[in-house]
Each structure stands twice: as C-alpha cells, then as structure tokens.
Design a protein around this ligand. Structure first.
Ligand SMILES: Cc1cc2nc3c(=O)[nH]c(=O)nc-3n(C[C@H](O)[C@H](O)[C@H](O)COP(=O)(O)OP(=O)(O)OC[C@H]3O[C@@H](n4cnc5c(N)ncnc54)[C@H](O)[C@@H]3O)c2cc1C
Length: 374
C-alpha cells in the first residue's frame, strides 16, 4: 500500500453522515475525498424511521429512490403511543411536520450510499483504524492509519471531517469538546416472523415507570423492540440478561402482544442514545457531521435526516471555504447550535406530557427540566 496518500477532504466514518458529506462534495466540487471506516461494512445498524424529506435530501446528492431495492423503504401506516396515559393514541408528530414515515433497511441504505461514493470517484478504506491525528501549522491534517491486512499508511488532507457517530471519536482525539445532556441508553432485540404471519407495518411507543418501549416493523419480516432508559437504570436492573429484559417487557400493556408469534434473534444489544452537541469552532479546517456534531433522542426520529442534511451543509461550508469565502465553518456551527437548541425545547415539551411517574428517577429528570431559554 502507498505510504502517503494526499486528498482534499478526509472523512472518518462511513455511516449516512460520512457518505453524504462525500456525495455532496463529489457532486458539487472537484475536491478529492477519502473515507476511513473501521468496520468491514457488514455490521448490524440500528435506527430506521425516516420521513419523506429523505427523498429530497437523496435527490440533492444526485441519488434517486429507484437506486434502492423495492423493499428498502416500507411505509409506516400507523404511528401510535401510550404516552401520558395507558390509552393508545395517534402519536403527535411534533418533531417534524412531515406526516409520511418510512422504515428503512439500514444495512442496505448505508451500503448503497457508500457504493455511490465509490461510483462517483470517492476512495473508501474499510477495516481501517485511525492511529494518530496531527495538524501542521493550523492548516493541513496528517492522519496515521492502519488497515487490518495491508498495514500502516498516512493520509494528508486540507480538511478533516468527524463522521464517527455518537462516539465522536475524532473530536475526542483532537480535543474538541461535546456537551452531553442526558444518559439515555437503548437496549433492544430483533424479532423475526414467518412468511405466513401477518405483521402490521406500524410503530408503537409505550412509556413505563423506568423509561419507554419502542416497537417497529422493519423490511424483511423483521421487528425491532427496544427499551430506552438511563444507563444506570439499565445497569441496576441487569437488563442485558434476556430473562430480565423479557420480564420487563411482560409488564407492558400493549407492546408485549406485538411479538407473540415471533422468534427472537439473540441476546439484547445495547447502544448509546444520549443527546449531545459538539462545538468545532476552535479547530481550523475541521468539521463534525451527523451524530458526531449533534445527536438526538431517538424519540425524535431526527438522526438519519440530520446526519444527511448536516453533511450536505458541511460539504457546502468546505466548498465555499476552499473558494476563499470567510466564516463558513462558523456559520455551519451556528446552524447546528440553533437546531440543537430548538430540539431541546421540543424534547422537554414532549417528555413533560408524561406525568404519571413523577417519583421515578427517569421521568423526574425529564419533567422537571427547565424549558431552555433562547
Ligand atoms: C436505538 C436507536 C434507535 C434510533 N432510531 C432512529 C430512528 O428511528 N430514526 C432516525 O432517524 N434515527 C434513529 N437513530 C439515530 C440514527 O441511527 C443516527 O442518528 C444515525 O445513524 C447517525 O448517522 P452517522 O453517520 O452520524 O453515524 P453512524 O450511523 O453511527 O455511523 C458512524 C460510522 O462511523 C464508523 N466509525 C466510528 N468510529 C470510527 C473510527 N474511529 N474510525 C473509523 N470509522 C469509525 C462506524 O463504524 C459507523 O459506520 C437511532 C439511534 C439509536 C441508538
């Protein structure tokens, strides 16, 4: 492998944010792009609900809906919640104004975006880890990398993008700080249905004393069932053990019935789901996109849409900066801060609708939260 590769933009992370930043750069400029991804691109992906504005974003990046297989997007027919009362009601779509929602096949979706990056001339290194980041005289970045089989090499780039998701691992390595607002954690399992089973294409949320459950049907007769709570509650209740997770599920009023005919796909998986915002303004030629820039409570279903839109804005900021425009990164960060501030307000308003468990640690933290002043 060549020891030093030069490019214009180095993107770390090949999820929807990293791929979208690359696609926008490749479509709207002549800048060269390299993506570093630590996995072999086959890992299981979590998070799937999007609204119809995703098609406008894909269109902006030059990707048509028909590039995806027919069952990549399944339409959500009903979106309901037992939140604030034990009665099931149509869920308020307060986080967005779009009414149409879709459930994605995330693995196919993420893979397809990367395939398009490669088709359009972007270079992708899967199974590659970042060892060291260095910025020369507050300008060019050099990153030392290690490919699983081909060994060590370096990439020199004028611009560096952190697209590593909630871990924000580039930010942490180069000393960029994030502000975290809660410790929400997800613990979920996938369930599978037979050909003969009728599965309704719906989404249902049910709040309980220690958090809330989320159940959604996915493409390919799959269903995701996830419990959201604070990390310390999940630890205290030892929910990583299937029997404890099942026991908690059995106490739900509605959700437990959703999987009565399904078979489970293994032990519960655990994912961070906290809300956090990052401030990149002190670093030159550096941007964070997607969850690395700002991450949202999955109840908002904002993650994937924001990952793509923030990446498109980041690409525009880089293209303009490269043309000599000033303060483009600062404007990008101001826009992220504004979106995040509005989101915190909406999130507080939404959680405050659940007043049944004012003594529970989980709800107390959320319902007693002051409304954010702008
Ligand atoms: C339980 C749960 C449910 C969710 N549900 C929804 C939902 O219904 N709708 C919605 O819109 N959003 C949802 N989200 C959020 C959504 O999944 C994320 O917002 C979205 O994946 C963010 O995309 P991203 O590209 O920023 O990060 P990611 O998708 O996390 O991608 C980051 C990529 O970077 C790679 N990477 C990480 N570190 C490194 C490194 N050091 N070097 C190289 N590569 C690295 C990872 O392997 C990964 O491929 C949910 C999240 C959770 C946890």
């Amino acid at each position: 492998m060549q020891n030093l590769l030069e490019t214009n933009v180095l993107i770390v992370g090949g999820g929807p944010a990293g791929a979208s930043a690359a696609l926008s750069l490749l479509k709207y400029s002549d800048l060269k792009v390299v993506i570093i991804e630590e996995t072999n691109l086959e890992s299981v992906k979590i998070g799937e609900q999007v609204n119809s504005s995703i098609f406008d974003l894909l269109n902006y990046m030059g990707i048509e809906k028909k590039s995806f297989s027919e069952n990549n997007f399944i339409q959500g027919y009903s979106n309901t919640a037992a939140w604030g009362s034990e009665r099931i009601m149509v869920r308020d779509s307060i986080f967005n104004t779009e009414t149409e929602s879709f459930q994605l096949n995330r693995e196919e979706f993420d893979y397809m975006l990367l395939e398009k990056v490669s088709e359009k001339g972007g270079i992708i290194f899967p199974r590659t880890k970042c060892l060291k980041f260095e910025q020369i005289e507050n300008d060019y970045w050099t990153v030392e990398l290690k490919h699983e089989t081909k060994g060590n090499f370096s990439v020199k780039a004028k611009y560096l993008i952190d697209a590593t998701g909630r871990s924000g691992s580039v930010c942490r390595k180069i000393g960029v700080e994030s502000k975290r607002h809660d410790e929400l954690t997800a613990i979920g399992r996938f369930f599978y249905f037979n050909e003969s089973d009728m599965i309704k294409q719906d989404i249902i949320i049910e709040s309980i004393e220690d958090g809330w459950w989320y159940c959604a049907s996915l493409p390919d007769r799959k269903m995701t069932l996830t419990f959201f709570s604070d990390a310390h509650i999940i630890k205290e209740k030892r929910l990583e053990k299937s029997e404890n997770w099942n026991e908690l599920l059995s106490k739900t009023k509605h959700i437990k019935h959703k999987i009565s005919q399904a078979s489970s796909g293994g032990k519960p998986w655990v994912k961070n789901a906290f809300s956090q915002v990052t401030d990149i303004s002190l670093k030159k030629n550096f941007l964070a996109v997607g969850d690395a820039a700002a991450s949202f409570d999955p109840i908002s279903s904002m993650g994937i849409g924001f990952a793509i839109s923030s990446a498109c804005h980041a690409a525009k900021a880089i293209i303009d900066a490269d043309l000599g425009h000033e303060n483009t990164f600062q404007h990008y960060q101001e826009n992220i801060n504004m979106i995040y501030c509005q989101y915190l307000e909406t999130k507080t308003f939404f959680y405050q609708k659940e007043q049944r468990w004012s003594d529970s640690a989980f709800w107390q933290k959320r319902i007693n939260m002051q409304r954010i002043s702008k």
